[in-house]
Design a protein around this ligand. Structure first.
Ligand code: 7PM
Length: 359
């Protein structure tokens, strides 16, 4: 069998330079957005035994290898809007945890009210999407029952209906997906990429909603116990590619799929850094990309900052690095800070496309 080929866009161009180089045939544009690439690293072989070679875009574009042509097409094709949100400029997903410990000292009602108030604030701060989660998926955490999870997230989804925000539900359970869709959620976000629950592929397809597929190695309870990969970037890519294929077989079209490498889920600091450095590879999946690095432990490990709330500067650096590689959505806790950072990034990198995106 011929070696497998991967293409990782490199030599990034921004602003007017991107379309100019593209119209001259010297660069491609990632996913119809604002980031161009003048080169790509060709990775050939199997994870753990792959050769890498940097080639110019024009040389690759002239290639007669159908695998290379197919990857260039997947990388450059404009992405469909996600729940009505165009993905040709960076989007912010704000994290709304509906867990009793995050907001209050007890009652479900108080927890829901606090989460709704927090979500409204994030929308006012400039979030494009609000991600409502009732199950702590923190490494080492225990599972939450479906009834408890439903009691947490459904009132919050209901309470945000009037707010006009795009709502995603962060869950691994088919029953929650179905109920959240009926309750008005617009997107399903599953950190197990619709694998945890045997019914979730079907439930997600039946809901008709777009899905975010995240890579995780193992279960939250055990995933940080010495994770190992031959080549983390290629293995995560192959996994997401298989999950996209499984979704398509279940009737979820590619235009409704977002992929996410799953920073911190069964990965060491080195694995996380390899994924963050190589993010542009994932555009070859032909779907929109999301990155969630906000407040995660690798930032603490690299900086010595033990307090998650004090990891915002590192979180922003990771998010902006992702934008630089054409990632379309950043999942963040501090939306106001991210909105300010994205506005400046856009002003520098996309002159002429500068209007405050939440205005
Ligand atoms: C407590 C600690 C609760 C950590 C939740 C977490 C992602 C996600 C999460 C992500 C996508 C967090 C995690 N992370 N969904 N849900 N991508 N798509 O750090 O990276 O927020 S939960």
């Amino acid at each position: 069998m011929a070696d497998k080929i991967y293409l990782r866009p490199a030599g990034f161009l921004y602003g007017r330079a991107a379309p100019e180089a593209a119209s001259g045939g010297k660069a491609g544009v990632i996913a119809g957005g604002g980031v161009g690439f003048a080169m790509a690293q060709v990775i050939e072989g199997a994870p753990g035994d792959a050769r890498r070679e940097l080639r110019s875009f024009s040389e690759l574009f002239a290639s007669r290898d159908p695998a290379i042509a197919g990857l260039l097409k997947a990388i450059t094709a404009p992405r469909a809007p996600l729940a009505g949100l165009s993905l040709d400029r960076p989007r912010i997903m704000g994290v709304v945890n509906v867990t009793p410990d995050s907001f209050s000292d007890g009652g479900l009602h108080a927890t829901a009210d606090a989460a709704i108030a927090h979500a409204r604030q994030l929308a006012a701060d400039g979030a494009d999407i609000l991600d409502i989660g009732g199950e702590s998926t923190r490494p080492g955490s225990a599972a939450v029952g479906a009834e408890e999870e439903a009691a947490r997230v459904l009132p919050v989804i209901e309470g945000l209906k009037e707010a006009g925000a795009v709502i995603s539900v962060d869950t691994r359970k088919s029953a929650i997906m179905t109920q959240a869709a009926q309750g008005g959620a617009h997107i399903i976000n599953d950190v197990s990429a619709l694998t945890q629950d045997g019914q979730s592929l079907q439930a997600a397809a039946a809901s008709g909603l777009p899905v975010i597929l995240m890579h995780a190695r193992g279960d939250p309870e055990t995933m940080q116990d010495d994770p190992a990969y031959g080549d983390v970037l290629l293995e995560v890519y192959d996994y997401l590619s298989r999950r996209i294929a499984a979704c398509e077989r279940a009737g979820i079209e590619r235009a409704k799929i977002i992929a996410d490498p799953g920073i911190g889920f069964g990965k060491t600091v080195e694995h996380n850094l390899a994924l963050l450095a190589g993010l542009s590879l994932f555009h070859g999946l032909g779907v929109g990309l999301l990155l969630g690095a906000s407040r995660k432990r690798f930032i603490g490990a690299l900086t010595g900052e033990a307090e998650a709330r004090r990891r915002e500067p590192g979180s922003l650096a990771a998010a902006l690095g992702a934008l630089g590689q054409g990632v379309q959505i950043a999942r963040v806790h501090d939306v106001a800070a991210a909105r300010q950072a994205f506005t400046i990034w856009n002003a520098i990198h996309s002159p002429g496309r500068r209007a405050p995106s939440h205005a």
